[in-house]
Design a protein around this ligand. Structure first.
Ligand SMILES: CC(C)(COP(=O)(O)OP(=O)(O)OC[C@H]1O[C@@H](n2cnc3c(N)ncnc32)[C@H](O)[C@@H]1OP(=O)(O)O)[C@@H](O)C(=O)NCCC(=O)NCCS
Length: 192
């Protein structure tokens, strides 16, 4: 069983991999925290499919546990496999997309976001060892609203850099432009 320790008071929060039973807890936290609502079940199904990279954090209150944070990712191929590729068994390199990262406001600044990113970074080599025929993860990337300065600073703190800005990326929100931030495999920190 995984835990995240609160850097302020030493309290331990339970961490679970995303699965079919708990995925609505992640959806709940995202709906509370994020300006963009993912109504599309496909996004959450992908997080379940890539449960090694998607986690939910719980706080225990009076014998009840409440979801307080989470991260949701998916693996994507870097390119489509060419139709007449010579060696079809040769794995196409992957990129890890952090689709959502959310911490309820009362729990921010306690090291939970950083610890969640550390958890998924740890999974990169482990995943490759388990899935013998999987390609390497070439880089991690994510999209952030250009107006979300706190999150941009947060990601830059752990090594991400802005590589692109896309106009009108988000629909039905006030600030529609996004930055694309990436972290290449060789720069993934061993300790976040
Ligand atoms: C961005 C977010 C995930 C960070 O999570 P968190 O648990 O508060 O972050 P941590 O406590 O792990 O902080 C890690 C570092 O980032 C810094 N940081 C975090 N939030 C910050 C903020 N709002 N302003 C400035 N720095 C911040 C911390 O100071 C800390 O640095 P340090 O370890 O050098 O002191 C959280 O603020 C959040 O959920 N925001 C709203 C949703 C969002 O914007 N998600 C990202 C886009 S998908």
């Amino acid at each position: 069983m995984k835990h995240i320790t609160d850097v302020h008071n030493g309290r331990e929060y339970l961490v679970e991999r995303a699965n079919k039973q708990n995925i609505n807890d992640l959806r709940h936290v995202n709906n509370v925290v994020l300006p963009v609502i993912y109504n599309n079940d496909r996004v959450y199904n992908q997080m379940v499919d890539f449960g090694a990279f998607s986690y939910i954090v719980y706080d225990k209150k009076n014998d009840k546990r409440e979801p307080i944070a989470g991260v949701g990712c998916r693996l994507e191929m870097m390119r489509k496999r060419a139709e007449k590729e010579e060696d079809e068994t040769y794995p196409v390199p992957l990129k890890l997309n952090v689709m959502t990262l959310s911490v309820l406001s009362a729990y921010r600044g306690r090291g939970i976001g950083r610890a969640l990113m550390g958890l998924i970074f740890d999974q990169v080599p482990q995943f490759e060892n388990q899935e013998m025929n999987m390609a390497e993860v070439n880089h991690v990337y994510l999209n952030v609203q250009t107006s979300n300065e706190d999150a941009i600073r947060f990601y830059q703190n752990i090594g991400f850099t802005i590589v692109e800005t896309i106009k009108n990326y988000y629909k039905r929100v006030d600030n529609q432009d996004c930055h694309v931030l990436t972290l290449s495999r060789c720069n993934i920190p061993s300790k976040v």
